[in-house]
Design a protein around this ligand. Structure first.
Ligand SMILES: *Cc1c(COP(=O)(O)O)cnc(C)c1O
Length: 333
């Protein structure tokens, strides 16, 4: 397996890595058909500071420190995992965090929003229409607010998905290549949930640069295939422009569209049923916003024969467990 000569920037160690690559014996028997199902446990990168965003934040927080920033501003939905992870990363590093959130705050904060508060993040909520229209202006407004106080605030984009965040899953791809070798997996389909595209961008770039024998698929949980083809290309282009002179490789971006359901954060009963079934079967917990939809899409595509060719399928468990609690009403008992 050829390894690209990558000049990694500094990172701050926030994630518990390497995460386990786990074989799902009973899920394989239940749903695998001719495939073997594996799960890369990036839900185990930590506790409150866990999930896929931690890998990106390792590079983003190092960038912030190395460029004189003392405050982090980022944005997302009310139940954003990325915002919660940023809140804890900031608290662990002694950097204040300000979250710009989309939607109405719950009367009593729950799930990720509760944790945002416990990590001491400052939270500003905006109605969805205003958030969508004015997000750039809101970032600028808060950045100048901090500048007036003599502080320097880094604006981290949605999901930490940009050329800096790409390093997180570029390095995770190298980790996965090693996991696969140890597990005796020769070729595999690699499947992840895509929300802001940075995880898929890092994995896709990593697979190409490390010449891994894998096909990377993103199951989009919002927007559509066209959006994610562009978003992955944009994140990789931003990575290239920030770190010029790196190795080049042809990217093959693969999006599995069709599993968004009623919209971002809205899962149908089949997703809740699957979450409960996988919990019983394997003791592995998915979430209704990202991993439940993506796993459900993956199973449907196994049935449809999309993954024929490679025996092994590796699902990247990107975390999200706290998103379960505000949606506990989706389960029927
Ligand atoms: C953010 C998130 C994703 C999507 O990752 P992106 O890099 O934003 O595409 C998937 N799963 C979980 C649990 C997440 O929080």
């Amino acid at each position: 397996m050829g390894c690209a000569d990558l000049d990694y920037p500094r990172k701050i160690e926030l994630a518990r890595t390497p995460t386990p690559l786990q074989y799902l014996e009973r899920a394989t028997a239940r749903w695998g058909g001719d495939h073997r199902l594996w799960i890369k446990r990036d839900d185990l990168t930590g506790c409150a500071l866990s999930g896929n965003k931690v890998r990106k934040l390792e590079y983003i927080t190092a960038y912030a420190q190395d460029h004189g920033y003392d405050t982090l501003i980022t944005c997302g939905g009310i139940q954003s995992n990325h915002c919660r992870a940023t809140a804890f990363a900031g608290a662990q590093l002694g950097m204040p965090v300000h979250l710009v959130l989309r939607g109405r705050p719950e009367r009593e904060p729950q799930g990720n929003l509760l944790l945002d508060h416990l990590a001491g993040a400052r939270v500003s909520c905006y109605p969805t229409a205003q958030y969508v229209e004015e997000l750039d202006a809101l970032f600028e407004q808060w950045q100048s607010y901090y500048a007036e106080q003599g502080r320097k605030a880094l604006a981290i984009p949605t999901g930490g998905s940009d050329g800096i965040g790409v390093w997180g899953y570029l390095s995770a791809a190298a980790e996965l290549a090693n996991d696969m070798q140890l597990a005796g997996i020769e070729q595999a389909h690699v499947v992840c949930a895509s929300g802001s595209g940075g995880t898929q961008a890092g994995l896709t770039l990593g697979a190409a640069l490390h010449r891994m024998p894998v096909s990377v698929w993103g199951v989009n949980v919002c927007d559509d295939e066209h959006y994610f083809l562009n978003k992955v290309a944009d994140d990789v282009a931003d990575w290239r422009s920030r770190y010029p002179g790196g190795p080049n490789a042809e990217l093959e971006t693969r999006v599995i569209d069709g599993y968004v359901g009623a919209g971002y954060g809205k899962a149908g009963p089949e997703v809740f049923e699957l979450i409960a079934e996988l919990g019983r079967l394997e003791g592995v917990l998915l979430d209704p916003v990202y991993t439940g939809k993506a796993f459900s899409g993956m199973l449907a595509e196994i049935e449809a024969g999309r993954f024929d060719g490679y025996r092994d399928i590796v699902f990247i468990h990107t975390g999200g467990v706290f998103g379960l609690f505000p949606q506990s009403g989706g389960f029927s008992w």
